[in-house]
Design a protein around this ligand. Sequence first.
Ligand SMILES: C=C(O[C@H]1C=CC=C(C(=O)O)[C@@H]1O)C(=O)O
Ligand SMILES: [Mg+2]
Length: 469
Amino acid sequence: MVTIHKTNIEKAFDTAMEKARQYRRPVLFSIVEKIDAVDPLSFYNEGKVLYEGTRFMWKDRDHTITIAGLGAACTISTEEEKDQFFAVEKEWKRFIEYGVILSLENWAGTGPLLFGGFRFDPLNQRGSEWDEFADGTLQVPSIMLTKSKEADYLTVNMLCGSHHDEDSLDKLMRIKDELISKSKFPTVPDETTVSEVEDYKPEEWKTSVQNVVDELRGGSMEKVVLARKCKVSFDAPVTSDFVLDNLWKQQPDSFIFSFERNGSCFIGATPERLVKKTGEEVLSTCLAGSIARGQTIEEDEMLGAELLNDEKNRYEHHLVVENIHQALEPFCSDLSLPEQPGLMKMKDIQHLYTPVTGRASKQTSLLDMVEKLHPTPALGGVPREEALHVIRQEEKMDRGLYAGPSGWLDAYGNGEFAVAIRSGLLQGKESYIYAGCGIVADSDPETEFKETQMKFRPMLRALGGNING
Ligand SMILES: C=C(O[C@H]1C=CC=C(C(=O)O)[C@@H]1O)C(=O)O
Ligand SMILES: [Mg+2]
């Protein structure tokens, strides 16, 4: 990778074109500039005319970074690949190795950046609703806004020396300037109205929970996470702009993401980090065990205390802590996690929560850790392979990207993947939303069903649905 700090754009572009000719391969050319503050939702919204179907949005739950991407300068996707995370890593490294970046500094989350998501389980049956997404689908945007705590940055990416570069650099730079000037102020997206909410076979789901409980009581398995879906219909095609705008207002303390692929959009607001890497610093989260929020502060605290002392939920949580600890140990020094869980409180639900920190060894990449961690027992189960087998048999649906790792990585090795729960798929006048819960031997189907209802609420509200119904 060549990083050019001081030169003009034309010279840097010539360097990239020359490299493309010399190595006979497409070369990723990236220009980064610091800009005055831009509204990310408005940037996304203004990008709709030219880039609908290729936009993405990412905001982390710590409010440290927001990334909005438009267009696909290049795409990396995996299909039926045994080691899909390594396959993506290998291809990404090649892009970076030959890339040319024009930037004053290597700011995290700027320059060439890969955003996207992985299916929860590539070996499961496929639902046609997920057709637009491969097992792993990641893209480098053509134009990208990065808002960090320090400043706003604008990156323009282009693939030189391939048939993809029909968008000339001049044209891209003009579009970028227009977008920046149009995105200073918030915009109001078109609204849609929910016409129907349809539960997908709720009674069958409860029977599946009972089947799993019986299996857990009789066998050697410890936990299986079972999910279900709801179909939500609208009076008109629902846009990701509308849903994002709602999530932004309603779920300020979650990771908020959207990922458009042609006529589909995977979107959500998840509280759960899979893993974040900044330099050597590593963060992960164990999140499992749930209870409702209270109507009053007293009731809320009482429910929190009940959750912290509930054996069934503590066991659900403990299995996740143990597993994440084991998964990260080979990669990290100074691995640290509190002995007892705390609470993470979201608008509709509270969870048992154990944060994990560590220091990654030099050779460890973010995707190395994603590969080891996914699926944690918060979404899969214990033991992992047996649990996945039961999920395939009992759920009888395609989770698609729900519960899989979604996130980003940059050219410097920084990045973050969330566990994409509290999420859904938008498709014209229809959408599917997903929610699951950890089944252990003590689980009661009716209680678990209620837990999924609670977990549907954030997405249902963001879609404009009635959350009391
Ligand atoms: C599978 C989901 O939640 C997981 C994350 C937190 C708490 C969970 C639970 O208590 O069961 C689940 O393991 C979901 O929201 O769809
Ligand atoms: Mg639970």
